[in-house]
Design a binder for this molecule. Structure first.
Ligand code: FES
Length: 575
């Protein structure tokens, strides 16, 4: 049993409590904002870390939500302070928001450390924002609750329901094939994103919000409430109330997170058919919590977990439908025997208590485990001479005909080369070709851009081809689909075997057998390895240089090496 905090043992007391010159400054500058002693003295100071920005289009409602969190903090007797942290806009950040996940994780950790905060509500949801916020909070280990931004409402075009990302790729291919005119394309642009909130398919954002709930870092039911629902505002206020109590209880991420809670997160990820990006983020968060996950953990859990959420891109429905059908709590209740139900969560209750009595209200959205969308989880791990440290594929989003396939490689050394060639009518390619993109990994990309759903060559699109086997050391958007092998490790720019493939080599993919192999003799590969040269690195200075020097591979979570470890960083001196 953790001893309850008292006003004198609050972390913020070091800033506000003593009768000295520094504390005088802290108190007088708080009063500068119009607060009186009675507003803050002896109260938990709660940071509200807000990832709002005009270019984070999924987070445009978070300014309002910050006010609603504040309302809850005041209600519970805390002192709320809103602090902006960098937003990771999946749409606008180039070359990829993944380059900045670790930067935000560092920012969160350091902003928590350097300020007089006792606890924090973390607000975000657009893709990398969730792991970034949680990684920083896990390392700093102050009481923390995560408020997912929630998904946007469904899209609509000419009476057809549209899903973020998935339908963009689909209709872009129709446009390239000459089956969609300019007017239709412009109308799609108007209808695909119609409210604040994250992508509303089970892409990376929805996956990571769900993962956060399954690992115990949100209040029950928080991850699937649509961003603009009144329930979302109420959840924000609830987070404000709860974090104050968590501070008094001294309930920290280290009390919540364990191997079991991360296994729950992986189980939820598999049952949802979530984004392959979650692999990298779950590993990174677990390492911050001192839990070593390996790809075999994902494979083991995948094999025993049925995919029961009928959500795009693997299935049919969107997050709004999912919420109305019972949401994540109902999914977890359906697979309760596969969970560690007795682990603690930020609600102060166990995961089992959080999901107790959750019901399914639409059996076509949340399926029964005995009649799932796929008998095994949404993501498989592959091994073989092309990926000695693993690769991932999402078979539920692939054409089943291609899950066992051998074909000749067509190799692109860089994404610009691919873009320049892919629409050429004289490109030597057939539906059996295996498209290969390299130098797109953590170092090569850099940042593992979401290039992994390589475009189908235009001449094949015109002939009706809609899927092919595609390999890369890149990631792919969680809203993407197709027979795409991703995260090949080690990556080609670091000397991985992907760098040795030549156009025309035969590649064998066997997803049921979990293998990926290059059918070239070891002697020939040794000769190619001896002749291999690393590509020229892109950054000589600045954050890009730090990134290239410190980034780890996909199977290690792509965290920075110097951020690893649980060695506590000293609290700041206050002189
Ligand atoms: Fe923000 Fe997809 S662009 S979640």
């Amino acid at each position: 049993m953790r001893p309850r905090k008292t006003p004198e043992t609050l972390r913020s007391h070091r800033w506000f409590g003593p009768d000295d010159l520094r504390s005088f400054g802290h108190r007088s500058r708080t009063k500068q904002m119009g607060y009186g002693t009675e507003d803050f003295a002896g109260k938990p100071v709660i940071g509200i870390f807000n990832t709002w920005s005009d270019l984070a289009t999924c987070h445009t409602h978070l300014r309002e939500r910050a006010q609603e969190v504040k309302r809850g903090v005041w209600q519970a007797g805390g002192f709320p302070v809103e602090i902006p942290v960098t937003s990771l806009s999946e749409m606008f950040m180039k070359p990829t928001s993944m380059m900045y996940r670790n930067l935000v994780a560092m920012e969160v950790e350091e902003m928590l450390r350097c300020h007089p905060l006792d606890g924090v509500v973390l607000m975000g949801g657009c893709d990398k924002t969730t792991p970034a916020l949680l990684m920083g909070a896990i390392t700093m280990d102050l009481p923390s609750v995560y408020l997912p931004a929630g998904a946007m409402v469904r899209g609509c075009w000419r009476g057809t329901v549209l899903g973020s990302g998935s339908d963009v790729w689909k209709y872009w291919d129709e446009r390239r094939a000459g089956r969609l005119d300019c007017d239709g394309w412009a109308e799609l642009e108007d209808g695909i994103a119609r409210s604040p909130g994250t992508c509303m398919t089970m892409g990376t954002a929805a996956t990571m919000m769900s993962v956060a709930e399954a690992m115990g870092m949100t209040l029950p039911g928080a991850s699937d409430i649509p961003a603009v629902h009144a329930a979302h505002a109420r959840m924000a206020t609830g987070c404000g109330r709860r974090i104050v109590e968590m501070v008094w209880e001294d309930l920290k991420p280290s009390d919540v997170l364990s191997r079991e809670s991360f296994e729950n997160a992986i189980t939820a990820f598999m049952a949802l058919g979530g984004s392959t990006n979650a692999m990298v983020h779950i590993v990174a968060m677990a390492r911050r919590a001192g839990v070593e996950l390996v790809l075999e953990d994902f494979d083991r859990i995948s094999r025993r977990t049925p995919l029961i959420a009928n959500l795009r891109p693997a299935g049919k429905y969107l997050m709004e439908h999912f919420h109305d059908a019972g949401g994540l709590r109902a999914v977890l209740e359906r697979i309760r025997p596969l969970l560690h139900a007795d682990v603690l969560t930020v609600s102060g209750k166990t995961l089992g208590e959080n999901i107790e009595g959750a019901e399914v209200f639409d059996e076509d959205v949340i399926l029964k485990p005995e009649a799932p969308l796929a008998a095994e989880g949404g993501t498989f791990i592959l091994r073989g001479n092309l990926c000695p440290r693993g690769a991932v594929i999402k078979p539920a989003a692939a054409d089943p005909r291609l899950l066992k396939h051998t074909g000749p490689a067509l190799v692109f050394d860089a994404y610009p080369d691919l873009k320049a060639a892919i629409d050429r009518d004289d490109l030597e390619v057939t539906a059996d070709t295996v498209l290969v993109l390299r130098n797109a990994g953590p170092v090569g990309g850099p940042g593992m851009p979401e290039w992994g759903m390589l475009p189908i060559p235009k001449k094949l699109l015109k002939a009706g081809v809609r899927d092919m086997v595609r390999l890369s050391d890149a990631r792919m958007s969680g809203t993407s689909y197709g027979t795409c092998v991703l995260h090949i490790a080690p990556e080609s720019a670091e000397g991985g075997p992907l760098g040795l493939v030549r156009t025309g080599d035969l590649i064998e993919l066997d997803v049921p057998g979990r293998t990926l192999n290059l059918l070239v003799g070891e002697e020939e590969l040794a000769e190619r390895r001896a002749a291999w040269r690393a590509p020229v690195e892109r950054y000589a200075r600045g954050y890009g240089r730090l990134f290239l020097d410190e980034i780890t591979q996909a199977d290690e979570g792509c965290d920075f090496r110097f951020l690893a470890g649980r060695e506590p960083t000293p609290e700041p001196d206050i002189f």
